[in-house]
Design a protein around this ligand. Structure first.
Ligand code: XBP
Ligand code: MG
Length: 267
């Protein structure tokens, strides 16, 4: 099966960014004079809410305060989140986050095979730009044909909107593309857009129900970081996930007729 496009989630999939997100939220809260400090355990739970602004809103709803105070905190979300984005993107721009094993290799292989690359992420555009430039170099943004992220859609993951936007902009059908995700919200979003999805969980997302994924692996693998027990476990060709393996395993057509019909004539 020819693969026309690979569509990547960012947080947790391209890089394990969530600890930097968590610390950036906490620093922003501290600078704003709020005594909120999200622990790792608490943040794991808060990650069920996609999107930083939505996550803060959900937290404000959960705390025991007077309605007047709650209302005034809701009014501060945009300002708090803008500060968090400044903190996060400056940490990432300083080179403090690296790509997950096998990501750079697979991106390169895909490009060499003439495959389009896209991003479908909940995170703010400035965060995506900072990560791609810091990890892939000054031209890191250019290797992606489409970057769909943040508030470009009104309904975030687990809704399929961000993947549908990426597919429409690429001009490909879900049958021709593969999604890469790390979380249950991301998997739901990709599967509901009709996509065959590879899952590589992290500490933040492991243990989720990934039964609808086509493939679940600890990471994408690389000649320098081979996957334990491969080939011969989930993979047949090498101890890392290759474009050839993806083309061989991809079972067409995956998308239900109704979903496929949405993309007819997309190009
Ligand atoms: C990741 C997220 C993001 C980040 C924070 O979801 O939920 O909200 O945690 O980003 P996914 P912002 O990987 O499924 O896209 O604060 O910029 O929203
Ligand atoms: Mg993710």
């Amino acid at each position: 099966m020819t693969i026309s496009a690979l569509i990547f989630d960012v947080d947790g999939t391209l890089a394990d960014t969530e600890e930097v997100h968590r610390r950036s939220f906490n620093t922003a809260f501290q600078r704003a004079g709020l005594d909120w400090a999200w622990s790792r355990e608490q943040y794991r739970d808060l990650l069920k809410i996609a999107g930083g602004k939505e996550r803060i809103a959900s937290y404000i709803e959960s705390i025991d305060i007077h309605d007047v105070e709650r209302k005034s905190l809701h009014a501060r979300i945009a300002e708090l989140h803008a500060e968090k984005t400044r903190i996060y993107s400056s940490i990432v721009s300083a080179g403090r986050v690296r790509l997950r094993d096998g990501v750079a290799r697979l991106l390169k292989e895909a490009r060499e095979a003439g495959c389009h690359l896209a991003i479908a992420s909940t995170t703010t555009a400035a965060n995506v730009d900072a990560l791609l430039e810091a990890t892939l170099g000054a031209r890191g943004l250019e290797i992606f044909d489409v970057i769909a992220c943040g508030d470009l859609v009104s309904t975030k993951k687990p809704a399929p909107d961000i993947y549908q936007l990426a597919l429409h902009t690429l001009g490909v059908t879900p049958d021709e593309a593969i999604a890469f995700e790390d979380s249950v919200n991301g998997l739901r979003s990709a599967v509901d857009a009709g996509l065959w999805t590879v899952i590589t969980p992290t500490y933040w997302t492991e243990g989720g129900d990934f039964s609808e994924a086509a493939l679940v692996m600890p990471h994408l693998g690389d000649p320098l970081q081979p996957l334990h027990g491969e080939p011969g476990g989930r993979l047949t060709r090498a101890a890392w996930l290759t474009m050839d393996e993806l083309a061989e395993r991809r079972t067409p057509p995956h998308a239900p007729d109704a979903v496929r019909a949405l993309y007819q004539g997309a190009s």
